[in-house]
Design a protein around this ligand. Structure first.
Ligand SMILES: Nc1nc2c(ncn2[C@@H]2O[C@H](COP(=O)(O)OP(=O)(O)OP(=O)(O)O)[C@@H](O)[C@H]2O)c(=O)[nH]1
Length: 419
């Protein structure tokens, strides 16, 4: 991708507190050299102002700021599973309880049914991206999210400004789950968030469309791949329970035999594969949290919030593991560097410059050779090496002869002064 087309984000805060009603909180502006990749737009957080002020009312003083960090909730799920509806429900459920912000990461959505603090559509013009890069709808969404992820540090700065005032930051993601899950941008966003704040992932499962065991298994495979990719606390929100009770799915998660029985009527290759897969996924099932919800009626939202708060505590283990890994990696790097330096030191003392070059080549996997380097050029380099060695040898013999000559002169001079 042409680097000139990387957008630039300007942040112009126009009010410092979510409690300041009406006025646009921040302006997120994106520029693209030459063409209109993106548009500038003010972002209002009016809805959240009321949520935030309510939160402060509950905590007593309007000036009081919280010490704890906000919990980032990334909502993922198959197309049409009800992610946006679930985010809307979560937004209204929290509005009367906890201050929070919603961030929309879906560039292709026509309109969102909630008030977003940051909206990717204000920064990246998805249709323009499609036009400029000659992409189809899915490629356009992936590229838009990739462009947005290059500015994610600015998003983090915006969040940081309000981190003490909000309890939750909810992220709505694009319809096609693979856009977030298998693109670089998904990892960049999830990892950047997890490195800064407690972060959990919600997988929205469509209970209506998962009553078939094989569809259910496809959903579980997706969920499992997300869990193992991000390794973040994970909740399955079984959505649309106002239409179909999620009891069947809960039973399938807890009891392999029930799932096996549901598949028993089928003897196709796909059913056999599903049976084997469900055995393999037993371990995964034992580690996940799940609950039934209805984005439509709001049923199950209290239970969901309890699971989310538990998952936030679980995140501390993740953070501790992350810190341990970081420390281990740092120690390993230091040890490796020390070993290399030690070897260089020893070689310098024992053999001289040529062997230092040799040592570096032995200890590192990096060879600085040009891709188009021909055999002839490589031979030339080898010749250079030999010549360098010869030069060093002749320099060393010059030094020895010079030293002997000086020694002789010194002796001669000493003898003449004695006489
Ligand atoms: N009955 C019922 N319908 C729901 C529920 N949640 C979502 N829907 C419906 O499911 C459809 C898809 O919902 P969306 O919220 O757009 O789903 P989404 O996953 O965000 O969709 P994409 O982003 O386009 O993939 C809509 O028609 C919603 O009205 C629910 O809990 N109950």
């Amino acid at each position: 991708m042409d680097t000139n087309k990387t957008a630039v984000m300007n942040i112009i805060p126009s009010c410092e507190s979510p409690g300041e009603s009406g006025a646009s909180a921040v302006r997120v502006e994106s520029r693209d050299e030459g063409a209109t990749l993106s548009v500038a737009s003010g972002i209002s957080d009016g809805t959240h102002a009321s949520a935030a002020s309510h939160g402060r009312e509950m905590s007593g003083s309007s000036c009081e700021t919280k010490q704890k960090e906000p919990l980032c909730i990334i909502v993922l799920g198959m197309a049409g599973s009800g992610k946006t509806s679930f985010v809307k429900r979560l937004d209204s459920h929290l509005n009367i309880r906890k201050p929070h912000y919603v961030i929309n990461l879906d560039p292709a959505v026509d309109s969102v049914p909630y008030m977003s603090y940051i909206d990717i559509r204000d920064t990246v013009n998805y249709k323009e991206v499609m036009k400029q890069y000659g992409l189809g709808p899915n490629g356009g969404i992936v590229t838009s999210l990739n462009l947005f992820s290059t500015m994610f540090d600015d998003v983090l700065k915006l969040i940081a400004k309000r981190e003490k005032e909000v309890d939750y930051i909810i992220f709505d993601t694009p319809g096609q789950i693979e856009v977030f899950n298998w693109s670089a941008s998904g990892s960049i966003i999830a990892e950047a968030l997890a490195a800064t704040y407690p972060t959990i992932i919600i997988y929205v499962l469509d209970t209506v469309r998962s009553t078939n065991p094989q569809t259910f298994m496809s959903n579980m495979l997706y969920a499992c791949s997300i869990l193992y990719k991000y390794k973040l606390p994970f909740i399955i929100a079984m959505n649309k329970i106002d239409i179909v009770d999620c009891k069947y799915a809960e039973n399938w998660l807890q009891d392999y035999d029930e799932f096996y029985d549901a598949l028993s009527s089928e003897s196709t290759y796909a059913a056999n594969l599903t049976r084997s897969l469900s055995l393999a996924l037993e371990e995964f099932y034992s580690t996940i949290k799940a609950c039934g919800v209805s984005a439509f009626t709001g049923e199950g939202m209290d239970a969901f919030m309890r699971l989310a708060d538990e998952a936030a505590i679980e995140f501390e283990d993740y953070r501790a593991d992350c810190e341990t890994l970081k420390r281990k990696k740092k120690l390993e790097n230091e040890k490796r560097q020390k070993n290399i330096l030690g070897k260089i030191d020893r070689d310098l003392q024992e053999e001289g410059l040529c062997s230092v070059r040799k040592a570096i080549r032995e200890d590192t996997d990096i060879f600085l050779s040009h891709a188009s380097e021909s055999e002839e050029e490589r031979e030339e380099l080898d010749e250079d090496d030999t010549e360098e060695k010869k030069e060093l040898e002749s320099f060393q013999s010059f030094l020895t002869s010079h030293k002997t000559k000086m020694e002789n002169q010194r002796k001669k001079f000493a003898n003449s002064t004695n006489q």
